[in-house]
Every structure is written in C-alpha cells, then in structure tokens.
Design a protein around this ligand. Structure first.
Ligand SMILES: CC(=O)[C@@H](O)[C@H](O)COP(=O)(O)O
Ligand SMILES: NCC(=O)COP(=O)(O)O
Length: 255
C-alpha cells in the first residue's frame, strides 16, 4: 500500500482571486501536478468563496477524469447554500467526486483548525454521510488526533477519517519530546480508527520536512492531502519538481 498524494489547489485560487482575473489558472496548475505524478486533486470550496469556487469544482472534475485520478472535495455538510455557493451536497451531486471529506469549518475560521467531536449532532452527521454515499462517494470525516471517539465515525457510515495534522506539524517544528508525543498520539488514534474498520487519511500543514516522520510512525496512511506548503514550496522550485519531491518523500518513508 502506497500512501496517495492528493494536491490541494486552494492556494492557487487565493492568488488568482487576489487580482480578480483568471491567472494563475487552477486547472492548468492541477494538470501540472497530475502530469508530475500526483495521485489526486483536493479542493475545499468554502461558502465565502475565499478561494476555490463552484466553477473551479466543475472545471477540475473532468481533468481528474481525464487523468483517471481521484477528486476529493472537502466541506462542511452543515453549511447552507448561499449566493455563489450551491452547498457541498449540490456540488458533489453535480461532479460525483471519488471522495468527500467532511470538515466542521465555519466562515470565521482562517483555516481548518479542528475535526468533528463525534459527541453531538450524530444523527444529523450520519444523515449527511448517507447522502454523500448515495452519490457514490467515499466519505472521510475530519477528526482530531487524540479523540477517543473516532471509531464512532464508522457507526455513522464513514469509510475513513482524515487525521487533522495541524497540531502534529506544530509539535514537529518544536522537535524533541513534543514531536515524539505527537507522533505517538497520531499512531494511537489511527490504530483506534483502523480497529473499527476505518481507513486513514491525513492532512493540514504537512510539508516535506514533517511528512516522512509522520508516515513512518502512523501505520497505513491511505492518502495525504497537501496544499499550503506544497504550493508555497512550488513558488521556489516549481510545481513539477515539488510534487515529485513529495512523491519521493512518500516512497522513501515506505522503505
Ligand atoms: C481540511 C484542511 O485542513 C484543509 O484541507 C483545508 O482545505 C485548508 O483550507 P484553506 O486552504 O482554506 O486553509
Ligand atoms: N485536508 C488537508 C488539505 O487538503 C490541505 O491542507 P494544507 O496542506 O493546505 O494545510
């Protein structure tokens, strides 16, 4: 089993939207990543359209089909439609992505900073999961490392959880004992979820420095979705080189 790399292209859209035009082109950037060997594309179309918009979703779906790779769409299933945002379910009904990753984000957040607690709104979450599965999508649910209730995601109908790796990335940067504690916690949460029959994805603030240690410590990570660091690093090294660097890091970690 090789961990799949799904490149999140949110940040291409941030740069594009900053001038209100069409450059940089999100589809062209995604094509470059796929030509370099990326295993999939991830987007997080937020209701406030701060970066990826509905038209980007509609444009990226055929590209992923052309390359025969997975399209992963992230979002909050509880976020209602609004002008310019048809809602996560409507977007997914239109493009039928391979995977939907449910994330409990709100507009007020700078970025994703927590997973589902699996303590409340369980019936509602289960209904949302069922709706996305009815579209033929695999459903992954964003979850915090250290949450003892992650196995409930399976009871709710989810196929995978995505470990929120933001705290790990912060601990990694501090090194020493904090790094090892974070790695151990991630591995324990993954094993807890896997014992319930859930697959493991991971994402947020992963980069070329912290990814190898994570993959060596956490067993059987099926997919990492990486955006901010990868796109940032590509500003220096180019998308093709950067994607290949991540693929090489994943391959080395498996040895
Ligand atoms: C769920 C997660 O951690 C990321 O996939 C998220 O897409 C980051 O969102 P921004 O790119 O808007 O920071
Ligand atoms: N699910 C994580 C993701 O898609 C990208 O997160 P980041 O690498 O932009 O922090």
């Amino acid at each position: 089993m090789t961990t799949q790399l799904s490149v999140n292209v949110n940040k291409i859209a941030v740069l594009r939207n900053s001038r209100g035009g069409a450059l940089p082109d999100v589809v062209a950037a995604a094509r470059c990543c796929l030509q370099a060997g990326a295993n999939g594309i991830t987007v997080h179309p937020r209701p406030d359209a701060r970066h990826i918009r509905a038209d980007d979703v509609y444009a990226l779906a055929p590209l992923c089909a052309e390359f025969g790779v997975e399209f992963n769409i992230e979002g909050n299933p509880f976020a209602p439609p609004r002008s310019g945002y048809p809602g996560l379910l409507a977007l997914c009904a239109e493009v039928r992505p391979a995977q939907v990753t449910l994330v409990p984000d709100s507009d007020g957040q700078l970025t994703s900073d927590h997973g589902f607690s699996f303590e409340s709104d369980l019936d509602a979450l289960a209904a949302h999961i069922a709706a996305f599965k009815a579209l033929g999508a695999r459903v992954s649910v964003f979850a915090n490392v250290g949450n003892p209730r992650v196995a409930r995601a399976k009871d709710l109908g989810a196929d995978r959880i995505e470990l929120y790796t933001g705290p790990y990335a912060e601990a990694f940067s501090k090194g020493g004992a904090e790094r090892q504690v974070a790695l151990t916690a991630a591995a324990e949460t993954a094993i807890l979820a896997q014992s319930a029959g859930l697959g493991i994805n991971a994402g947020h603030d992963l980069d070329q420095a912290n990814l190898p240690a994570f993959l060596k410590s956490v067993p059987d990570v099926l997919e990492v979705s990486i955006g901010h660091a990868l796109i940032s690093e590509a500003l220096y090294d180019g998308l093709e080189t950067t994607v290949k660097n991540y693929l090489s890091a994943i391959k080395k970690a498996a040895c």
